[in-house]
Write a protein that binds this ligand. Structure first.
Ligand code: APR
Ligand code: PHB
Length: 390
């Protein structure tokens, strides 16, 4: 098989890239290792930056998001048992975020591809990228029990942290930076209306907690736990009791309900550089990971492929490679900003098991600063709603 752009991975990065290219008349094929049902049902993040909302609308994938998504104009930082609201529009020239699950974004993009005659092969595992340093790279993949070849002009590795794309770049060329955190998140979905209108990020001496949501009927909540935490040690009553304690605020109660899903997610920061090797490009989790505290993972993936699509379209329409040459540097500048913001939110709000009493007081001092200084709140707000994609 031959196509212009061979895309590995049907996560948000691969699907959005495919849609942006198809819209510009550029033929592409998406290869996805897992089944469609698996890809459409895994629980991931849920906050879309203004940039992400804009690109989803522009590519025709915004209709359900605009009906079902919840526009949020702020978040609450909760510490010392008190809430402090950070307003976004007043500090960011009118920008806000949309609470809409990543899994719904994925469903919308797959439906759009299906409607427009796009090609996504599910249960098609990419095994190798060959000829990345030539003008005609190819992907070897296994589909329906056979080894097949996808020849293309470009390969986009949107295959997540464990994919094969990044590993194709020779070790002497690729550099990586990494940090692991001494904690993880225990996340639940519960069939109960959210107990708040906006997300609550809580700092507590027993550890971080987050109250998020998926819809007016479904709450999403997280607890900081140990990286090797055993889920069996967390029956429903223990989860709710711990959330009650960490989210406590005078005159406020957390509504409990049936827990429909639970999982422990480790936390990591990671960046690979460069994002290009010849005609192979990395985007999304294949290139970088952030801890979820800043809600940046999905948004970084969307920003990467917005830049990459523009670069490929310029090459296709004008035989101009300037944007392709600039892709790695342009994307990484934004990535590193988001890496810092995600690290900042994570270290500000979590209880590090090695932290001393002094470190704990520094966190409270900084939280107090963000809650009382317009300049500090504006910095948090502009990063949270997302810096421009240029
Ligand atoms: N062949 C084909 N598909 C593959 C291969 C392979 N060898 N390896 C991985 N994949 C697929 C995975 O099954 C997955 O569906 O690539 C996809 C990568 O998708 P994501 O992990 O969702 O990554 P990405 O699209 O970059 O999305 C960014 O933001 O909220 C965060 O981590 C969260 O998924 C999220 C990410
Ligand atoms: C979520 O709703 O899943 C969510 C929200 C905010 C975050 C992380 C995850 O910072």
């Amino acid at each position: 098989m031959r196509t212009r752009v061979g895309i590995i991975g049907a996560g948000p990065a691969g699907l959005l890239l495919s849609q942006l290219l198809r819209q510009a008349g550029i033929d592409n094929v998406v290869l996805e290792d897992r089944t469609r049902a698996h890809v459409e049902h895994r629980q991931r993040a849920g906050v879309l930056e203004q940039n992400t909302v804009d690109v989803l609308r522009a590519c025709g994938a915004g209709e359900r998001m605009d009906r079902r998504g919840l526009r949020h104009d702020g978040i609450e930082l909760r510490f010392h048992g008190e809430g402090h609201r950070i307003d976004f529009p007043s500090r960011t020239g009118g920008r806000s975020v949309m609470v809409y699950a990543q899994t719904e974004v994925v469903k919308d993009l797959i439906a759009l591809s299906e409607r427009d005659g796009g090609t996504i092969l599910f249960e098609a595992e990419a095994k190798a990228v060959e000829g990345a340093d030539t003008d005609s790279p190819l992907i070897r993949y296994v589909h329906e029990g056979e080894v097949k070849t996808l020849e293309c002009d470009f390969v986009a590795a949107c295959d997540g942290f464990h994919g094969i794309g990044r590993r194709t770049i020779p070790p002497g060329v690729l550099r990586t930076w990494e940090r692991e955190y001494p904690f993880a998140w225990l996340g639940i979905l519960a069939d109960v209306p959210p107990s708040c209108d906006e997300l609550v990020y809580a700092h507590h001496e027993r550890g971080f907690a987050l109250h998020s949501m998926r819809s007016p009927q479904v709450s999403r909540l997280y607890l900081q736990v140990a990286p090797d935490e055993n889920l069996d040690a967390w029956p429903d009553e223990r989860i709710w009791a711990e959330l009650d304690t960490r989210l406590a605020r005078g005159g406020w109660t957390l509504e409990h309900g049936p827990i429909t899903e639970r999982a422990v997610t480790p936390m990591r920061s990671f960046v690979a550089e460069p994002l290009r090797h010849g005609r192979l490009f990395l985007a999304g989790d294949a290139a970088h990971i952030v801890p979820p505290t800043g809600a940046k993972g999905l948004n970084l993936a969307a920003a990467d492929v917005t830049l990459l699509a523009a670069a490929i379209i310029r090459w296709h329409d004008k035989s101009d490679e300037t944007l392709l040459d600039a892709y790695s540097q342009t994307a990484l500048r934004r990535v590193w900003r988001a890496e810092h913001f995600s690290y900042f939110m994570t270290t500000l709000l979590h209880r590090d098991p090695h932290q001393d009493a002094y470190g704990y007081r520094l966190q409270l001092a900084h939280l107090d600063y963000v809650a009382s200084s317009d300049a500090a709140a504006a910095s948090l707000a502009e990063n949270y709603v997302g810096l421009p994609v240029v």
